[in-house]
Write a protein that binds this ligand. Sequence first.
Ligand code: GLA
Length: 738
Amino acid sequence: MKRTFALSVLAVTLGALCAMARSFEVGETDFLLDGKPFVVRCGEVHYARIPRAYWRHRLQMLRAMGCNAVGCYMFWNFHEREKGAFTWDRRADVAAFCRMAQAEGLWVILRPGPYSCAEWEGGGAPWWLMQDDDKKKPISMRSSDPRWLVPATNWLHAVGRQLSGLQVTKGGPILMVQVENEYGLHGADVAYMRALRQAALDAGFEVPLYACNPPRVMQNGFIPELFQAANFGGDPEQRFEIVRKYQPKGPLMCAEYYPAWFDTWGQAHHPPKNDRAFFGPIDWMFAHGVSFSLYMAHGGTSFGGWSGCRNPFVPNVTSYDYEAPINENGRAKMERIAPLDVLVRREVKMERPEFMERLGQGFGLVSYERMLAPGDGGQLNVDELHDFGYVFLDGKRIGVLDRRHRGVRPRIDRSKEKNPRRLQIVVEAMGRINSSSGMEDRKGMSGRVRLDKKELKGWTARIMPLDPDGEDIQEAVAKAGRDGVPPPSAAGVAAAAADSPALYRGTLNVPDDVPADTFLDMRDWTKGIVWVNGHNLGRFWSIGPQQTLYLPGCWLRKGGNEVVVLDFFGPRAKSEIASVGKAVLDVLQPETDFNRKERQNKKCLGGEEVASGMFPSGDEAQVVMFGKGVRGNFFTLQALTTYDAKNLATIAEFDFLDKDGNPLNSLDVQITGVDSEEEIREDGVDGQVEAFWLTSSRTLPHWIEFCVPAKAEVFGFRYTPRQNKSVGRIKDWRFLAR
Ligand code: GLA
């Protein structure tokens, strides 16, 4: 009897397992789920950008929208905070998120990187990759460089240990796994793509592996072993014609279709597309049985220090609302409680300033300090400063070194007094560049610091790491609360000045038993970070377009809630914070910028003509090689004529090329002069072809001047015209250098 019973239990169990184990394949014409045609209708949602208590709600909203799958990046640096130490709990419990998706009737399209982009800090790459690499041969991210590929392979293996058991073949929700992300925009090393694919296979992923790219770069790094998906915001027919050149058979899939776009500090909010522009391509994809994923279906919030940065340097805002269909959703009297001092964890002495990564620091601030002799003075110039350097002399602010405007150089007058003066440069790190190039984005200061020609050596770096999720602020506040009065130190002196960086604290009273979501109105403040009950809500900045910070109700409690603000300049009006019921994501205040963008209507300084010609009228990128190296600091593209009668000029991307035709590391390439531009639009020259730069005047010729890292040698350039629309495409052009 016992044997029969045991056998029947075994049969039922196996049966259940077989029933649960299913299949998902790329068929001749369709995706096949259990052998039957299946169309993926997916929405992108990032678990790292949503309080865990709200995951289920967002997934239910996604299901209610009619999606049958959720697409989600796994940000490598969100899980591997330190080399070899992985976090899989709380908001990092991706396995729980996948199981919850399955419970809510959603399949999962998994996007583990190792590179992700997504306007996330470093595109997902951990900062510690830059900690110990060879200064003479720095790491080359997203390449076969073993300093990238080995930890990236370990990362994918770790993902496999967490999630390979949740594949559809094992009865789980995971249908497909993406390898890398838009690699075609960055490189063309097929060995690298093959190595990552192999890592995913070795990690136990047996479901279809795929690559995604804008179709125009699909050839770069293409390997036929990976299913090819397309990313685009416009005409699907034209895009899929290109895809068919590489993938003549099988289903079609748009891996990212955009309802709008992301926002960056200081530039206009991106409104949603109008219905026709948005729904037209979706209708076409429905009608043609094309699988797609809406990027974003719910954007959420880049809490803490997790918002990234465009390249050239323009930091992304904290909100990731994206004008997605599911959007991102109390009065605290604030008192100044302490100067930055309370955040200092350790000090490091050095001959010349070192970047944060080399100091073993991933996030936050470093105050680089030294004494000046009475005779020291002149224009302050730093070789490399990423990203904002608040400069104090004996505690008084004398200016802000600004990565957006490298020409800004505060002046220090020679002192008549006998005593030495304290020079402090408090450097704030914004998110690391997340777009397809420039990710080796180190933070802090490096190289020479000079007053006119005289180099200043012998520095002390006072390290203020701000954990991206905010756990450490409690210690700093307790220290401030304990001491009450600012400790007698340079920073204590610095805090004496009203507009110096300091911590403020207040209490937000919440009457409700179950606090609801709310937004903190930061319009009375300048630039900094907010914590509520120890949760780091992210960065705020008065220049906008974001003026509020999302505060999830699940991080509040009935009664008093502690609000701490770090503001580098202090409140511009009342030292209060109100909670408001609605987000304010579209208000610009350029007049509050400590260094306004002064580059319009300047005289075109041009230089020597290097090349000239005529671009064709299409949207294909145009490469121009000079046949020799051209040295210079400033390079100007002049648009003599354009292809439309409006005489506007637009550029989607502009890359400088080395002798092999590869893009120069565009880190710190800056637009330093234009004849005119749409003031509150994107710069557009940012590694994302969907955004573009646009002149505001209609008077030809137009010109745009770029400043490249000191004395670069340029062998050519690549001009990518505005995609989707032909308005403003440049026809006759000249290229000048000086
Ligand atoms: C690209 C990337 C995404 C995101 C979007 C812009 O398509 O693949 O991660 O950065 O651009 O939001």
